[in-house]
Design a protein around this ligand. Structure first.
Ligand code: SF4
Length: 390
């Protein structure tokens, strides 16, 4: 039985943040009920397709409610979705079940109900501790709400919390960033994800950049901020296990590690991506179209539901390249050279020897006990490294 990670996309938000180009909507609240029914139907449809496969019912080792703001769903809606998942797949008893939430959208009763539904990990979008930065980002909460959300999570029994933070903001100095880190570290969370701001086309932030309201972020400052965060988090006992992610020992995000090992995952819900049954696929983006399509029949073999808008079989060259790019993101584990040879019948050096030698000579990659890893220098130039395996 193949084990999968299960990603469920919840495309609703209360307000749109100024930098966000995610597949999420602020005016579709009335669609929430129909969306939940469609998502449960997609889960069951994918399970029915799997039942015809030799491998049978997929095992699920992690579930991740992402968005969007999944904490806008009621606990009854979340229960409806989780019940469909548990009745359809073999969900492991110790499955990591994460829900993304925004500070200010959760109460103690709500969080306690999530725990009783089996949700055991929360990921809060905190982004910054500074009021001016939160205003620039268009966030709906202040930092006091983030502190309160962390307190409520502990009171409800959550012992696995992640906070998302953003650096590389226009006008943000290294000291500003240190103030956010200094405010966040005393919260004692298990996991921190740090994202460098990218100004995406079509966002308010891109308009502000074009009309001169904000200045472009300075990449050298962002590199200094990344370095400062690494030092602060190491000093606080975190392991830097992925380029953008730090965790206390044993608290890496099991769901995301599946992506970074290039292992199969089912992505369901509007705009979700998946990798399974030999296919990469994408679900239709628009939630109304998603609900409409999910009234119909599946597109094809496992795991292609009625809402899949595009898919292709994953060829050998694509699979090798994806494996290189994703596994190198794992800074402690790196790319497992023995597993690569076992899977593809060729060693990594036979496929990419010239490239690897060049990157080793430039001190961007190193070998350690059968694994290939980014060097300290390679962490800062990771995109340059990955580009060479495409
Ligand atoms: S809360 Fe998250 S998903 Fe929603 S608009 Fe803001 S950044 Fe985007």
């Amino acid at each position: 039985m193949t084990a999968y990670a299960l990603y469920l996309h919840i495309p609703f938000c209360r307000q749109r943040c100024s930098y966000c180009d995610f597949n999420t909507y602020t005016t579709l609240g009335e669609l929430q009920d129909a969306y939940v029914v469609a998502l449960a139907r997609e889960i069951r449809q994918v399970g029915a397709l799997a039942a015809d496969e030799p491998a049978g019912t997929p095992a699920i080792r992690t579930i991740f409610f992402g968005g969007g703001t999944p904490s806008l769903l009621t606990t009854a809606q979340l229960e409806h979705i989780l019940t469909a998942a548990r009745e359809t797949f073999a969900v492991a008893g110790d499955a990591e079940i994460t829900l993304e939430a925004n500070p200010g959208t959760v109460s103690l009763d709500y969080l306690a109900a999530l725990r009783s539904l089996g949700v055991n990990r929360l990921s809060y979008g905190v982004q910054s501790a500074l009021p001016g930065e939160l205003a620039l980002l268009g966030r709906a909460h202040d930092f006091a709400a983030a502190v309160e959300a962390a307190r409520l999570a502990r009171a409800a029994g959550f012992d696995n919390l992640n906070l998302d933070l953003i650096y590389g903001l226009p006008g943000q100095s290294v000291d500003d960033w240190r103030r956010t880190l200094d405010a966040v570290l005393p919260l004692g969370v298990e996991h921190v994800s740090l994202y460098c701001l990218t100004i995406e086309p079509g966002t308010p932030m891109q308009r502000w950049l074009h009309n001169g309201t904000i200045q472009p972020p300075d990449p050298d400052t962002a590199a200094d901020q990344y370095e400062a965060a690494g030092a602060a988090l190491a000093g606080a006992g975190f392991e830097h296990y992925e380029i953008s992610n730090w965790a206390r020992p044993g608290r890496a995000c099991r769901h995301n590690v599946v992506y970074w090992r290039n292992e199969p995952y089912l992505g369901l819900g509007a705009g979700a991506h998946g990798l399974g049954g030999g296919y990469r696929y994408q679900v239709v983006r628009q939630p109304r179209a998603y609900v409409r399509r999910m009234a119909g029949s599946p597109v094809g073999p496992f795991p292609l539901s009625a809402a899949v808008a595009a898919y292709h079989p994953v060829g050998r060259v694509e699979a090798m390249s994806d494996t290189a790019i994703t596994q190198l993101r794992l800074l402690q584990e790196g790319l497992d050279l023995g597993a690569f040879a076992g899977r593809f019948g060729q060693t990594f050096d036979e496929v990419y020897g010239d490239t690897v030698r060049q990157l080793e000579n430039w001190d961007l990659l190193r070998r350690d006990d059968g694994h290939l890893l980014l060097t300290e220098r390679g962490r800062f130039l990771s995109n340059q490294v990955f580009y060479r395996f495409v």
